[in-house]
Design a protein around this ligand. Structure first.
Ligand SMILES: NC(=O)c1ccc[n+]([C@@H]2O[C@H](COP(=O)([O-])OP(=O)(O)OC[C@H]3O[C@@H](n4cnc5c(N)ncnc54)[C@H](O)[C@@H]3O)[C@@H](O)[C@H]2O)c1
Length: 255
């Protein structure tokens, strides 16, 4: 893998998978901006501390931006702030998302629309705003974080599964629209990963153990288990990989 330093934007970088992705890209030498509604000081601290916590990280190359991925003006302003600070933009990780378990017949139209707004409007707005900068660079990586639910379709996640399946379609069509500019678009689908949000929701009441027992790999998936796939997709040598959904769920769905 080559070591060219790029500028990356990770949405939902305040915690969970987004914090893991932002830290991994920073540890790789990339300049990283995090976009989140929530405070990102924990992510900034982790990046400043470096991979081993020994203080070798380059905290000056992390820019936390507060924005709502569903708000077009805030997204445009956030992308402009990143480009003003780092001079370019190359990698976009559309990670911000919500996944509340909901009984289908009790799902309100507001529930449905909120899930679609964050999980679909968000990646649309962020990618649309970022794209001119990736085109200008003549090189880009857009990575959409979907979910293994697109293969498994769990009963309590109908709205969520619909939104992430939409994001798979978005990935495929946007890959076709951007391939001529040196830009790849791919999706990564995690299984159930031990983050604070997952522990409060899907993973509650023994959920992690239930999912672990459906996997071929008999361990609870951790955020760090997604990092090598993210770095592979973003690598300089991965320019021929586009429009794909890479399933990293311990073998629950053999896609
Ligand atoms: N944890 C899992 O088990 C799991 C499995 C498969 C897929 N995923 C996906 O991975 C992504 C991250 O999941 P996580 O478990 O780390 O969740 P998380 O709740 O820890 O992180 C999501 C982040 O997105 C931010 N966010 C939410 N709405 C936003 C908005 N409108 N604008 C800006 N930021 C917003 C939140 O503040 C939060 O920091 C999500 O897209 C989720 O659907 C998670």
């Amino acid at each position: 893998m080559s070591e060219t330093q790029r500028v990356a934007l990770v949405t939902g970088a305040a915690g969970g998978l987004g914090q893991e992705f932002a830290s991994a890209l920073a540890a790789r030498g990339h300049a990283v901006a995090g976009l989140d509604l929530a405070d990102q000081s924990a992510t900034a601290g982790r990046i400043a501390a470096g991979p081993g916590g020994g203080g070798r990280g380059d905290g000056g190359r992390f820019l936390p931006v507060r924005a709502d991925v569903t708000d077009p003006d805030e997204v445009d302003a956030a992308v402009e702030e990143v480009v003003a600070r780092f001079g370019a933009l190359h990698i976009v990780v559309n990670n911000a998302g919500v996944y509340p378990p909901l009984e289908f017949e009790k799902t309100t139209l507001d529930d449905w629309r909120r899930i679609m707004r964050v999980n679909l409007d968000g990646p649309f707005l962020v990618s649309r705003s970022a794209l001119p900068h990736l085109k200008e660079a003549g090189w880009g990586r857009i990575v959409n974080i979907v979910s293994a639910v697109v293969f498994l379709g769990p009963p309590d996640l109908v709205a969520y599964t619909t939104s992430k399946s939409g994001l798979v379609g978005f990935t495929r069509a946007l890959a076709s629209a951007t391939g001529g500019y040196g830009i790849t678009v791919n999706a990564i689908s995690p299984g159930l990963v031990r983050t604070a949000t997952a522990a409060r929701t899907t993973g509650a009441d023994g959920g992690f153990e239930r999912v672990r027992d459906m996997q071929v790999v008999r361990a609870v998936e951790e955020p760090g288990d997604l990092v090598s796939t993210l770095l592979y997709v973003c690598d300089e040598g991965s320019g021929f990989l586009t429009g794909q959904t890479i399933n990293v769920d311990g073998g629950s769905a053999k896609h």
